[in-house]
Design a protein around this ligand. Structure first.
Ligand code: 0X9
Ligand code: ZN
Length: 415
């Protein structure tokens, strides 16, 4: 027992002093519900979980940690970064191009849009929100929706899809009957890039970056914004080590990016929200922080996740069934704002090939149109509380990461 404990202490020490950059995708054989499995999930970036093994992204300098700890692994892709550049990912707009596109959209269609800066990132970049509605300068008593993109830096498709949704609405207003009806009868807000610093860093310096870019201390940068929200901010599926890719920050809402979303959501009282991520082809719904924490609106949330699945073909799933993780945006939006909140995991790669962008966008735009349409009627059935029906105690070790992919056999991971 003692030997094992020391081994983990030494592993942590090595983690603290390592800053390597090239990253490998490796597979580690590990049984479910074991301390090793929980430790790997908390300390490494998990790309896939399977019954008998985990696939994790490990910086080359950290591979030694696995070796020294006597953990055997098999390399699947030895340099994910260069594999990505060899693939020459194209077709994604940069932060500057997105901002230019947003400004043009707003300038060309002032009768149905309003562009707002809802906050600034740690490095001072603007976080934009575009409102699409008739009478955009009036706060009308209409069902409202928040569509967010790119909490995680390397998930480029998660910025492109909400941006294309905004463009689709504006460009089809007055031409398509359903779009016109929705723009007239809803208040739709789109924030295509929640984490602009991370996006720029991923596009220009290190593709596989996940977090924000605030300097924490020493050589440590960034917080996982999807672990920094203020409901059940904590210790499960996240890390208190600033070097971790799932670092939750020094306290809840410690980051300007999550503060911007918090203040904006408190002001607008959204009826529904969608946060885009990649990958996995999933429609996730709260709660995500613990298996047994069921939202009072669980059935309604499930029904809506299933409804969207008819359009995007994703697997609907309670977030914790992917893996329990504390401090995500959906749990806070649902619990603190009573917003029917969803996370849509797009595609089968963090950055799908250009040839896939249109198809992914089209089916998810259809899913969004459906949600924004039905929310008017469905929200009438919302419960009068957001307190979970049952808590499990996440600190009692009663959590185990357990990720099921859409269909394991069909799932081909390609970097
Ligand atoms: O881990 C995340 O933040 C999301 N997946 S991703 O691969 N895009 O990083 C999923 C979050 C779902 N929420 C919970 N499981 N609580
Ligand atoms: Zn993500």
């Amino acid at each position: 027992m003692k030997k094992v404990a020391w081994r983990f202490v030494s592993v942590l020490l090595v983690l603290v002093v390592s800053f390597g950059f090239a990253t490998s995708l490796v597979s580690v054989k590990v049984a479910p519900r074991t301390p090793l499995r929980a430790w790997l999930v908390n300390n490494f970036d998990v790309a896939g979980t399977f019954t008998d093994h985990l696939e994790i992204l490990v910086k080359d300098s950290d591979l030694d940690i696995l070796k020294k700890a006597g953990i055997s692994y098999k390399t699947i892709v030895d340099d994910v970064e260069s594999r990505l550049s060899a693939r020459m990912v194209r077709g994604y707009r940069t932060y500057e191009e997105m901002v230019a596109a947003l400004k043009k959209l707003a300038k060309d269609h002032p009768e149905i849009t309003k562009l707002e800066v809802i906050g600034k990132s740690a490095e001072g970049r603007e976080i934009y929100a575009i409102k699409i509605s008739d009478n955009p300068n009036v706060d009308e008593d209409e069902p409202s929706a928040l569509i967010m993109g790119l909490h995680h830096a390397r998930e480029w498709i998660a910025a492109e899809v909400p941006m294309r949704f905004a463009e689709y609405l504006v460009n089809n207003y007055g031409k398509d009957k359903k779009v016109t009806e929705l723009v007239n009868g809803r208040e739709i807000w789109v924030v295509p890039i929640v984490n602009p610093d991370g996006y720029v860093y991923s596009m220009t310096k290190y593709t596989m970056w996940r977090k924000t870019r605030r300097h924490i201390k020493d050589n440590y940068y960034g917080v996982d914004p999807n672990r920094n929200y203020g409901y059940q901010w904590g210790s499960v599926g996240t890390s208190d080590w600033p070097g971790s890719d799932t670092y939750h920050g020094p306290h809840a809402f410690s980051e300007p990016e999550t503060q911007a979303i918090r203040d904006f959501a408190k002001r607008e009282h959204f009826w529904c929200s969608v946060s885009f991520h990649s990958y996995g082809e999933l429609n996730l719904y709260p709660y995500g922080y613990a298996y047994k924490a069921y939202a009072p609106d669980n059935d309604l949330l499930k029904e809506l996740a299933e409804g969207m699945a008819k359009f995007n073909g994703h697997k609907p799933e309670k977030s914790s069934d992917l893996y329990p993780a504390m401090g995500d945006s959906d749990d806070w939006l649902y619990h603190d704002c009573h917003t029917l909140s969803f996370t849509l995991e797009l595609g089968r790669r963090f950055i799908p090939d250009q040839s896939q962008i249109d198809e992914i966008s089209q089916k998810n735009i259809k899913a969004l149109l459906w949600l924004v349409d039905v929310i008017k009627e469905k929200y009438q059935h919302i419960a009068n509380t957001t307190e979970p029906e049952e808590h499990d105690n996440p600190n009692a070790g009663n959590y185990w990461p357990w990720r099921h992919y859409v269909k394991k056999a069909d799932f081909v991971r390609e970097f």
